[in-house]
Design a protein around this ligand. Structure first.
Ligand SMILES: *[C@@H]1O[C@H](CO)[C@@H](O)[C@H](O)[C@H]1NC(C)=O
Ligand SMILES: *[C@@H]1O[C@H](CO)[C@@H](O)[C@H](O)[C@H]1NC(C)=O
Ligand SMILES: *[C@@H]1O[C@H](CO)[C@@H](O)[C@H](O)[C@H]1NC(C)=O
Ligand SMILES: *[C@@H]1O[C@H](CO)[C@@H](O)[C@H](O)[C@H]1NC(C)=O
Ligand SMILES: *[C@@H]1O[C@H](CO)[C@@H](O)[C@H](O)[C@H]1NC(C)=O
Ligand SMILES: *[C@@H]1O[C@H](CO)[C@@H](O)[C@H](O)[C@H]1NC(C)=O
Ligand SMILES: *[C@@H]1O[C@H](CO)[C@@H](O)[C@H](O)[C@H]1NC(C)=O
Ligand SMILES: *[C@@H]1O[C@H](CO)[C@@H](O)[C@H](O)[C@H]1NC(C)=O
Ligand SMILES: *[C@@H]1O[C@H](CO)[C@@H](O)[C@H](O)[C@H]1NC(C)=O
Length: 439
C-alpha cells in the first residue's frame, strides 16, 4: 500500500533536502571561483628575502567587502618580518631578543591586514592600501587584486633553503574561506612598463583559498519578494528571514522608517553590523521581481533592489540570477549584464551590476536606497509559460549571498490555475530515493 509506505521515506527525505544544499563545499554557480595568494620572492637579503604577496580574487561575483581581508599564516621555522610595505601585521609579538633593529613582527603566526586609502606614498606599493577591499573578477578586473611587500628575516636565502609558510587562513572579512597548502610554481614573469624587457621572480609559490557558504554560517542577509501583472497578490519576503522584530528593546533591534533616532546614526567604521529598517523580514537587502508585461513574442520583468540598512552604502553591488529564459535575454536597461556559464551548454544564469557613476552605488536605507532595472526576454514557445511560477527566478544572490525565496506554493498564481499537484511529485521523489537506496 503506497500511502503508508510513503511516510517513512518522507522523513528520510527531509533531512537530505535540508542538509545537502548547505553542506556543498563550493558554489555551483562559480565552481572554479577561488582566491589565489601568490608570493613572488623578488630579492634575497643577507638573512632572508623580500617577497611581494598578491591576492587575486578569481571569483566571478563575490567581493571582499569592507572591512576587508585578514591574512594569516604560520612560519615554518623562526622567521621574522623585518618590514612591510602596503600592509601591516595586527600584532608585533615578542621581539625582546632583538637588540638594535627591532622587527615589524616576531610572531610565529602573523596576521596581516591592508593599509587604508590615504597611506603616505612611501609606505605604498602597487595594488595596496584599499582597506582590504577587493572587487570581483567579472565586475572590476582592474581592482580584483591586492598586494603587500614583506621583508623576511631568519629565513632561507636561496630557493633550496626557503621553507614555505604553512597553515594559511583568510578572513574576507568573516569566515568562509579554506586555504590549501603553498605550492611552488613557475616563477612569475614581469614585463617592464615600456614592454621592452621581461624580468622574473627568483621563486614563486601559490596558495588557493575557496569559499563555502556552509563554513561562513551567515544568517541570511537578503530575501526575494515577487509580484506579477496577472495576480494582485504581492508575495513578500518570508517573515523573520533575517531576524525577527524584538519588542523587548526600545528600538526593537530595528529603526522605523523616518524615525528621529536616525539623526543620531552616523557612519561607524568600527561597527559593520547592519542597522535595519523595521520590516517583517528584517533583511538589509530585498530583491523584488515583478513580471510586468506580456507581449506576443516577448515578456518583461522589473527588478528592484532595496537597501534597508542604514549603516551601509553598497558600492559596486551585484546580483546573480538564475532563470531558464536568460538564454534569450533580449534587452536590459540601466544595469550591466554578463552571462555566467558555469557548465557548458547551460546558459540560465546572469550576473547583473550597476552602471558606473549612475547606479553602481546602492545607498543606505531611505528614499534613495534602491536601484532598478527592466529585462526583456524573448519567448521560447516550447518552454515559455506563466503557469506554476515559471516566470519567477530560481535563485538570486546579492553580492554572492544567497537570497531567501518565498516558498513555491506562495507564488502568485495565474487566474484559474489550480495549485500544483503534490502527490505525483512526491511519488517521483520517493521512487528516486528507493532507487538510490538499492544502488
Ligand atoms: C583559481 O581560479 C583561476 C581563475 O578562474 C583558475 O584558473 C584556477 O585554476 C583556479 N585554481 C584552482 C586551484 O581551482
Ligand atoms: C632553484 O634555482 C635553480 C637555478 O638557480 C633551479 O634550477 C631550480 O629549479 C630552482 N628550484 C626551485 C624549487 O625553484
Ligand atoms: C592553523 O591556524 C589556526 C588558526 O590560526 C590554528 O587554530 C591551528 O591550530 C593552526 N594549525 C596548525 C597545524 O598550525
Ligand atoms: C599561481 O598564481 C598565479 C596568479 O594567480 C597564476 O597566474 C598561476 O597560474 C598560478 N600557478 C599555478 C600553478 O596555479
Ligand atoms: C511587536 O509589536 C507589534 C505592535 O506593537 C505587534 O504587532 C507584533 O506582533 C509584536 N511582535 C512580537 C514578536 O511580539
Ligand atoms: C553613504 O553615502 C552618502 C553620500 O555619499 C553619505 O552621506 C553617507 O554618510 C554614507 N553612509 C554610510 C553609512 O557610509
Ligand atoms: C549565453 O547567452 C549570452 C547572451 O544571450 C550569449 O552571448 C552567449 O553566447 C550564450 N552562451 C552560450 C554558451 O550559449
Ligand atoms: C533561445 O536561445 C536558445 C539557445 O541560445 C536558442 O536555441 C533558441 O533558438 C532561442 N529561442 C528564441 C525564440 O530566440
Ligand atoms: C493569486 O495568487 C495567490 C497565491 O499567491 C492565490 O491565493 C490567489 O487566488 C491568486 N489570485 C487569483 C485571482 O488567481
Amino acid at each position: 500500500m503506497r500511502p503508508s509506505g510513503v511516510t517513512p521515506f518522507l522523513f528520510l527525505l527531509l533531512p537530505l533536502l535540508i542538509v545537502f544544499p548547505s553542506s556543498v563545499a563550493y558554489d555551483s554557480l562559480d565552481p572554479n571561483g577561488n582566491v589565489t595568494i601568490k608570493w613572488d620572492v623578488m630579492s634575497w637579503t643577507p638573512d632572508g628575502y623580500v617577497a611581494v604577496v598578491t591576492m587575486f580574487n578569481f571569483q566571478q561575483y563575490r567581493h571582499i567587502q569592507a572591512p576587508g581581508w585578514t591574512l594569516g599564516w604560520t612560519w615554518a621555522k623562526k622567521e621574522v618580518i623585518w618590514s612591510m610595505m602596503g600592509g601591516q601585521t595586527t600584532e608585533q609579538g615578542d621581539c625582546s631578543k632583538f637588540k638594535g633593529n627591532v622587527p615589524h613582527c616576531c610572531k610565529k603566526d602573523p596576521t596581516v591586514v591592508d593599509l587604508l586609502p590615504g597611506t603616505p606614498y612611501n609606505q605604498q606599493i602597487a595594488n595596496c592600501c584599499k582597506g582590504g577591499v577587493i572587487n570581483s573578477w567579472v565586475q572590476d578586473p582592474a581592482n580584483a587584486a591586492s598586494s603587500f611587500q614583506v621583508s623576511v628575516g631568519a629565513a632561507g636565502t636561496s630557493n633550496k633553503t626557503v621553507r614555505l609558510p604553512k597553515n594559511f587562513t583568510l578572513l574576507a572579512p568573516g569566515p568562509g574561506y579554506t586555504c590549501g597548502p603553498a605550492k611552488i610554481v613557475r616563477p612569475t614573469k614581469f614585463m617592464t612598463a615600456d614592454k621592452r624587457r621581461i624580468t622574473q621572480a627568483l621563486m614563486t609559490w601559490n596558495v588557493t583559498c575557496t569559499y563555502s557558504q556552509f563554513l561562513a554560517q551567515k544568517t541570511p542577509s537578503c530575501c526575494v519578494s515577487l509580484s506579477s501583472f496577472y495576480n494582485e497578490t504581492i508575495v513578500n519576503c518570508p517573515t523573520c528571514t533575517c531576524g525577527c522584530q524584538d519588542n523587548a528593546t526600545d528600538t526593537g533591534g530595528c529603526v522605523k522608517a523616518g524615525s528621529h533616532y536616525l539623526a543620531s546614526v552616523v557612519p561607524d567604521k568600527t561597527n559593520n553590523a547592519p542597522l535595519v529598517q523595521c520590516t517583517s523580514h528584517m533583511c538589509p537587502i530585498r530583491v523584488h521581481w515583478h513580471v510586468k508585461l506580456n507581449y506576443k513574442d516577448y515578456w518583461r520583468v522589473k527588478i528592484t533592489i532595496n537597501n534597508f540598512n542604514y549603516r551601509m552604502n553598497y558600492t559596486q553591488w551585484n546580483l546573480v540570477i538564475q532563470h531558464p529564459n536568460f538564454d534569450n535575454l533580449t534587452q536590459i536597461f540601466s544595469f550591466n549584464y554578463k552571462s555566467l556559464t558555469p557548465y557548458a551548454g547551460l546558459n540560465d544564469t546572469a550576473m547583473l551590476w550597476g552602471v558606473k557613476f549612475y547606479n553602481d552605488l546602492l545607498t543606505q536605507a531611505g528614499p534613495l536606497g534602491n536601484v532598478q532595472s527592466e529585462l526583456l526576454f524573448r519567448k521560447d514557445k516550447s518552454t515559455f509559460t506563466f503557469d506554476k511560477g515559471w516566470a519567477f527566478p530560481r535563485r538570486i544572490y546579492f553580492n554572492g549571498d544567497n537570497c531567501v525565496m518565498p516558498p513555491p506554493d506562495a507564488y502568485p498564481w495565474l487566474p484559474n490555475s489550480s495549485p500544483r499537484q503534490i502527490a505525483p511529485l512526491l511519488a517521483l521523489l520517493c521512487s528516486a530515493i528507493l532507487v538510490l537506496a538499492f544502488i
